[in-house]
Design a protein around this ligand. Structure first.
Ligand SMILES: Cc1cc2nc3c(=O)[nH]c(=O)nc-3n(C[C@H](O)[C@H](O)[C@H](O)COP(=O)(O)OP(=O)(O)OC[C@H]3O[C@@H](n4cnc5c(N)ncnc54)[C@H](O)[C@@H]3O)c2cc1C
Length: 503
């Protein structure tokens, strides 16, 4: 009997935020949709599951926020101060943070579609809440939200993808777990004709004229990390899923897609020294240690090597994680005194934390195995360099050091109030910046910058948005924006093709 191949209008590869948005939007546009996910069901949701569920988007003021969170109480409304975050501000952040290298067309699409996509996600059933405790500080009885980050998904990343999976099932998206996309099949005219998948029973092919690749970056591929990011990167810990090994990027490159973006760079953060080699779904993102602007960061010699107060945390953390890898033994220590301990983020209070406390700096250094003389000298010189001024963690307060190298440009307080606490961290890679070149509609381009008809890309595997650094919470937003756009575009392309034509 002839082996009849299955046929779907659109096949989406990867069940993270980008893939789910693509699948939902393709389905809403009338396409039959197959979503294949390499991981088993208990690992579904990719890196998106691990996130704090915060999204960066442009908005005009409190009314926009209220439209996303209609159940905000009067009491909550009176207890907050929210500065607008305009499209211009978002664009300036993208330019500044990426050293003016971000692709303007992609960045502008991300920015202009960000608020409509937040509303679209709300309409898919995602519930939003104010991001208290993450990007807000209490200033004179009011919580002040700063840096454009105001809203997170209820239940964080797990809540976000949980809702999208529920909706996908309800809308009739067929989801297959333990199903790895292994090869893109092409028609002789260069368009997409199908996809090869490896499932529990082995390899099989599915006919389709449109594929959305949303299978993440290559951060969990130690060999590619070393190949593209460089020396020692195979030794970094992976913050999220172990399944993002660059498969979608490779499959597309194999058929002539164009590599784009900053292949030798990535997003990485300070991550607990004793965290497992890849993400733990119970602990999630809480191995991160993001409160360094409140203290100092030293290496094992006890020496500072970065400006902890250069900018708001969400503009420096992605770059500073990378710097730890260049320090001796790839380790760093965040040191705080009792004046600021109460301000540390929740991730400092988890059970799985590498922490020491002591009543003197010498004792703290011994407990953390930092060079004692080095740390004592560093803190003595640092304290002597702290300038007067009002400490205010909600603004760039300009309270800085003088005569200390590297300087601390904001939030510089002397470390002089015992007990002292220290946290040991290493580099945890989040995602890679290099990937495929797409148009603002999500269409993948080939080496000659022509369309590969029927091939789309979204999420982490897209190159060209982030260079050197990344404005916090743009990853989920980019995945949602380009997932939604590429899903709709793939559906339009697939369903408008004359029937019977392979592509
Ligand atoms: C700990 C942590 C915290 C973060 N916090 C935030 C945050 O608060 N805000 C924010 O904006 N960003 C955050 N990020 C970044 C964010 O996770 C990513 O930008 C975003 O989730 C990427 O979505 P994606 O859909 O492209 O990839 P993913 O969510 O990683 O999904 C990719 C999926 O593809 C699957 N896959 C891979 N290869 C194949 C294959 N061959 N066949 C089939 N399936 C395949 C994988 O198994 C995975 O499920 C965080 C990341 C981490 C790790």
């Amino acid at each position: 009997m002839e082996n009849v191949k299955e046929k779907f209008d659109v096949v989406v590869v990867g069940s993270g935020n980008a893939g789910l948005c693509a699948a939902l939007s393709a389905r809403a546009a009338g396409a039959s949709v197959l979503l294949v996910e390499k991981a088993p069901q208990e690992w579904r949701g990719g890196n998106s599951f691990f996130t704090g569920g915060i999204l960066r988007f442009a908005f005009r003021g409190l009314d926009d926020i209220k439209s996303l969170i209609p159940d905000l109480s009067e009491e909550e409304l009176h207890s907050i101060e929210v500065e607008p975050y305009t499209e211009d501000q978002f664009y300036n952040d993208m330019l500044r943070i990426t050293e003016y290298l971000t692709d303007a067309d992609l960045a502008l699409t991300l920015i202009r579609e960000s608020f409509p996509t937040m509303q679209w996600l709300r309409d898919q059933g995602v519930r939003w809440t104010l991001a208290f405790g993450r990007q807000a500080f209490r200033v004179r009885e009011k919580f002040r939200f700063w840096g454009g980050l105001v809203v997170e998904a209820v239940g964080a990343g797990a809540g976000l993808v949980g809702v999208l999976f529920e909706r996908a099932v309800k809308d009739g998206v067929e989801i297959r777990y333990g199903s790895k996309a292994t090869r893109l099949l092409m028609a002789s005219d260069g368009s997409i004709a199908g996809i090869e998948i490896r499932g529990a029973q082995g390899f099989y092919e599915v006919d389709t004229s449109a594929i959305v690749l949303a299978s993440g970056g290559f951060e969990a591929n130690a060999e590619w990390r070393c190949r593209y990011l460089g020396k020692d990167w195979e030794l970094a810990k992976v913050r999220g899923t172990p399944y993002n090994t660059g498969d979608g990027i490779k499959m597309a490159l194999d058929i002539g897609a164009q590599p784009f973006g900053h292949w030798s760079s990535c997003h990485a953060v300070a991550w607990d020294l004793n965290a497992p080699p890849h993400g733990d779904r119970k602990v999630g993102e809480l191995f991160q240690k993001h409160s360094y602007p409140l203290g100092i960061v030293v290496n094992i010699k006890g020496e500072r090597f970065l400006d902890e107060g250069a900018d708001f945390r969400n503009y420096t953390y992605a770059e500073y994680g990378r710097r730890i890898l260049t320090q001796p033994q790839r380790v760093a220590f965040q040191i705080f005194d009792s004046k600021v301990v109460g301000l540390l983020r929740e991730e400092y209070r988890i059970r799985e934390v590498t922490r020491a406390e002591a009543s003197t700096i010498e004792e703290l250094a011994k407990k953390l195995e930092i060079n004692v003389e080095g740390l004592v000298r560093t803190i003595r010189e640092f304290n002597a360099g702290v300038q007067p001024g009002e400490f205010n963690p909600a603004i760039l307060d300009g309270k800085r050091t003088k005569g200390v190298s590297p300087p601390k440009t904001n939030w510089a307080l002397p470390i002089d109030a015992p007990p002292f606490v220290g946290f040991a961290v290493t580099t945890g890679i989040t995602f890679t910046f290099g990937g495929l070149r797409i148009t603002p509609r999500g269409e993948v381009l080939d080496m000659e910058s022509r369309l590969i008809p029927g091939l789309y890309g979204a999420g982490e595997l897209v190159g060209g948005l982030f260079y050197y650094n990344y404005p916090g919470a743009s990853g989920l937003m980019a995945g949602a924006v380009f997932g939604r756009l590429s899903g709709a575009e793939a559906a339009r392309y697939a369903t408008l093709l004359p029937k019977g034509d392979p592509a």
